[in-house]
Design a protein around this ligand. Structure first.
Ligand SMILES: [Zn+2]
Length: 126
């Protein structure tokens, strides 16, 4: 039986492989930042969250459907996760980080990741 480790979800491994191919330096699960982002590019000041659709309540996603039983347990729990995610993202953005969220159901492509990592913050030019 496979041991399920939430920190090594399949989409996350995929993203990590892509990033590795691009040669970017990163750290994983930085606990000192709000929400403990999955992948952190400290020098670029960018973070990536890889979210499971169910646990993080991906809006309008069929993987995020609530279970039929114990609804009064799941609903507040999962809604709480979602609210916490949004709050953490706001805190990160407020501190000058750029945040990318990748959902487990998404067909995420290398070039989207590259666009996020290579985009420069707007600067005032002289
Ligand atoms: Zn989804």
């Amino acid at each position: 039986m496979a041991l399920i480790r939430p920190k090594d979800t399949k989409p996350e491994m995929l993203v990590r492989k892509m990033i590795f191919g691009e040669g970017f330096r990163y750290r994983l699960h930085q606990k000192s930042l709000p929400g403990c982002p999955d992948i952190v590019f400290k020098r670029l000041h960018k973070v990536i969250f890889v979210h499971g659709c169910f646990w993080h309540r991906h809006p309008r996603c069929k993987l995020a459907r609530l279970p039929k039983s114990k609804l009064n347990f799941w609903e507040p729990k999962l809604s709480g996760n979602r609210k916490r995610d949004l709050r953490n993202a706001r805190r990160l953005v407020g501190a000058g980080w750029r945040v990318l969220t990748i959902w487990e159901c998404e067909n995420f492509e290398d070039r989207q990741l590259e666009a996020f990592l290579t985009a420069r913050p707007k600067r005032c030019s002289n």
